[in-house]
Design a protein around this ligand. Structure first.
Ligand code: ATP
Length: 200
């Protein structure tokens, strides 16, 4: 089975590109969905968060205040590292389990959509890496608009990841998503042609 890593920066357009690929019938593993699901599937993660970060990030009903927690860990890199040390083993385990399921089912190509593919070293398991790239300014504007964040919050989140320009160095294929969606779609169609060739 050929494994394709689809990555980029926060708000660079991975989901937009992955939707285009899903429409064409490609199988995608979405690491963001997995990151949310592991919190439900493995309640011990929440217990570990409570132990490490205190009960301040839980409301009076005991519900996890995800947004406040997100802002906190993106403001303080050491805290984010602490959180990642807790959650990443679960996320990676689920990604590999899902890859196995696809392999057992006889899939020939699977795409892993993961914002921190390279930071988490998952890129070393991929046969090809696609980076969805935008310039810094476009990235900040799109994050602000989509997530209703202030400019500073958007920049904190952006700085928490390896820069998009560094990620480009790892790419076999770069999709430039600065322009209109139609331009992105044209590039995705070319990627699909390539995937169809290597799939033969
Ligand atoms: P994250 O990793 O943070 O979830 P992402 O890389 O998946 O982000 P998207 O959610 O696909 O990024 O895109 C970020 C925002 O930018 C969305 O609101 C999306 O609608 C918008 N967007 C994506 N591509 C374009 C484009 N070419 N032109 C205009 N807006 C775009």
């Amino acid at each position: 089975m050929i494994k394709i890593g689809l990555t980029g920066g926060i708000g660079s357009g991975k989901s937009t590109v992955s939707k285009m690929l899903i429409e064409k019938g490609f199988k995608i593993i979405d690491a963001d969905v997995i990151a949310k699901n592991v919190l439900i599937k493995y309640p011990e993660i929440i217990d570990k968060i409570k132990i490490e970060f205190g009960s301040g990030f839980f409301d009076w009903r005991g519900e996890f205040r995800r947004r406040e927690f997100g802002n906190h860990i993106f403001r303080f890199p050491k805290q984010r590292k602490k959180y990642e040390d807790i959650i990443l083993p679960y996320i990676n385990k689920e990604i590999f389990a899902t890859l196995d399921e696809y392999e057992q089912a006889g899939e020939k190509i699977v795409i892993i959509d993961a914002p921190t593919l390279i930071e988490n070293n998952l890129h070393t398991y991929m046969d090809y890496i696609i980076v969805v790239w935008v310039d810094n300014n476009t990235q900040i504007i799109r994050i602000k608009n989509r997530d209703r964040l202030s400019r500073d919050e958007a920049i904190n989140r952006l700085n928490a990841q390896l820069s998009l320009d560094k990620k480009r160095d790892y790419a076999h294929i770069i999709i430039d998503n600065n322009g209109e969606l139609l331009k992105t779609k044209e590039q995705v169609d070319k990627v699909i042609d390539f995937l169809n060739v290597i799939n033969k």
